[in-house]
Design a protein around this ligand. Structure first.
Ligand SMILES: Cc1cc2nc3c(=O)[nH]c(=O)nc-3n(C[C@H](O)[C@H](O)[C@H](O)COP(=O)(O)OP(=O)(O)OC[C@H]3O[C@@H](n4cnc5c(N)ncnc54)[C@H](O)[C@@H]3O)c2cc1C
Length: 493
């Protein structure tokens, strides 16, 4: 049985059914067949922004066939990294959820939460029930940083920490926040999020939606100094100005920058005068250089031209220090090592050097870039016979798993447009499913004993979390354990 009060799909009929859509299908033998389609049964795997935007764009697109979309996610709640990546003290960005929610609330997309592609559903299952699939599975893991000592106790990936403070159900409830001095490696916005969450006083996070277990651990943190390391200079960072400026507004936290990092060469000066974003970043940093420091109980240090070489063992298998090399501008916008080695005591290190996609069973995967190989969203595979790349019919991708883990939420919209355009034009090459009716997938999930959740279930969980929050004067308190999320969603709590 499905969850209590489950909604039936309302197919999005935007054109009279009898019109149909025609396409020519060319067989390998050279024969040409006229294919007529009245309906696209589409599976989308991943209910993050990319998956939701793809569904929305397809439903609104000019086309002469009906569409019925099922959106699967292995989490019991939708919105991907907007719920489980964007920091809790960024309510404006979290607010994008309202727009995504409006799309789901229209009721013309069925959602199936708590269903993992690869274990609960396979590609063969999808071929039996749908005409095509779009993978929008994002990227959740940390990219590797191969320096000695990175495996020591006290060394963490930013993605793990982000998942913990954002209440992801699949990471441990506790986090060892025991270090007074911490290093964060990376010069992008995720490094800023991690540094801010480490340096910010927990009391200043209490108005946000952080889960209770996270709040308790942050309150007990002994941290005094957070050191952010970047290989390049201040004019080459990937921070965005708004997020950088925010650090300087943290209560009782001094921003520490070193004069030695601001001896700009011609390339750096050209970047400041020629690029508005760099200009603003430089301005923010220059203001911090002038600030009085020394009164705050916590400090956030920005080390530029500092290339991490090694994490040093404290003698017990734990992080004891970071060893790094001072770099210098190479005159062409890059840096070179100077041979000057420095060391700083730390007891924990977080690497924020990028996210990486995960392979999906039966789906081509590019192990170098962590994406599904594709041409504008059409999934491609290397053909052993011809040596060329050829399209995998019926399989599409969008979002971070398509183009790699870079770019903001808004970029997933243009991504989705490109993918959906190809999906529509490719109708001659869609799959021919044996059981395209909407009930058959529900029966399959129920037969397999999968405790799937639907849109009504999400509403139930959402209302529950909002009520928990309002009782304590907070925006929301997230439910973290997966079973509890599913029980509440299915009305079985
Ligand atoms: C720490 C952090 C902070 C960020 N902050 C901002 C910000 O402030 N502003 C901004 O614009 N952007 C921000 N971003 C970027 C933004 O989150 C991404 O651009 C966006 O989420 C990518 O969307 P997506 O749908 O491709 O992937 P995701 O959001 O990751 O969604 C993928 C979905 O697929 C599901 N999934 C994965 N594998 C499976 C499977 N096997 N079966 C079923 N479902 C599966 C996941 O559960 C998830 O729900 C941030 C990113 C990170 C990591």
């Amino acid at each position: 049985m499905g969850p209590r009060g489950g909604r039936r799909a309302r197919a999005a009929a935007r054109r009279p059914r009898e019109e149909g859509a025609h396409a020519l299908r060319r067989h390998h033998r050279g024969e040409i067949e006229l294919v007529t389609r009245n309906k696209l049964r589409l599976a989308i795997v991943g209910a993050g922004p990319a998956g939701i935007y793809a569904a929305d764009i397809l439903l609104k697109a000019e086309r002469n066939f009906d569409v019925s979309i099922d959106l699967f996610d292995h989490l019991p709640a939708p919105y991907g990294l907007v719920r489980y990546g964007v920091a809790p003290d960024h309510p404006r960005i979290k607010g994008i959820i309202t727009a995504l929610r409006d799309v789901l609330d229209r009721g013309d997309i069925r959602i199936f939460g708590n269903v993992r592609f690869g274990t609960d559903l396979t590609l063969d299952d999808l071929k039996r029930h749908y005409n095509a699939v779009i993978f929008a599975t994002g990227a959740v893991k940390d990219a590797d940083l191969n320096i000695p000592g990175i495996e020591l106790e006290g060394s963490y990936g930013a993605a793990e920490f982000v998942s913990w403070f954002d209440g992801h159900p699949d990471v441990p409830r506790t986090w060892p926040l025991e270090a007074k001095e911490v290093a964060v490696i990376g010069n992008g916005n995720v490094a800023l999020d991690v540094s801010r969450m480490l340096a910010k006083h927990a009391e200043d996070l209490m108005v946000t939606e952080i889960p209770d277990n996270v709040a308790e651990i942050l309150k007990a943190s002994p941290v005094t100094d957070v050191h952010v390391f970047g290989r390049r200079g201040p004019t080459s960072v990937k921070f965005t100005p708004l997020e950088l400026r925010e650090l300087g507004e943290l209560r009782d936290v001094d921003m520490i920058v070193s004069d030695e990092d601001f001896d700009y060469d011609d390339a750096a000066r050209a970047a400041v005068s020629g690029n508005k974003q760099v200009f603003v970043i430089d301005k923010v940093l220059q203001q911090w250089r002038q600030r009085e420091v020394g009164q705050a109980s916590r400090r956030l240090h920005l080390h530029f031209f500092a290339k991490p070489l090694e994490i040093v063992d404290d003698g017990t298998g734990r992080v004891g220090a970071i060893r790094y090399e001072r770099t210098a501008p190479d005159g062409e916008g890059g840096v070179v090592g100077t041979g000057e080695i420095r060391e700083l005591p730390i007891q924990a290190i977080y690497r924020a050097v990028g996210y990486f996609g995960s392979p999906l069973p039966g789906v081509p995967f590019d192990t170098k870039f962590g994406v599904i190989p594709n041409h504008e969203g059409q999934v491609m595979v290397h053909d052993e016979e011809t040596g060329d790349a050829r399209q995998v019919y019926g399989v599409y991708c969008t979002g971070w798993i398509k183009r790699g883990p870079v770019g903001l939420i808004g970029h997933t919209k243009s991504d989705a447009m490109e993918t959906v355009r190809h999906l529509i034009n490719d109708l001659g090459n869609w799959w021919n499913p044996e059981s395209p009716d909407e009930e058959s997938i529900v029966e399959l999930l129920d037969e397999r004993g999968i405790r799937w959740t639907d849109l009504d279930g999400w509403h139930r969980l959402d209302e529950h979390e909002l009520a928990l929050g309002s009782a304590e004067g907070r925006a929301r308190i997230k439910v973290v354990p997966r079973d509890e999320m599913v029980d509440i969603s299915r009305g079985e709590a």
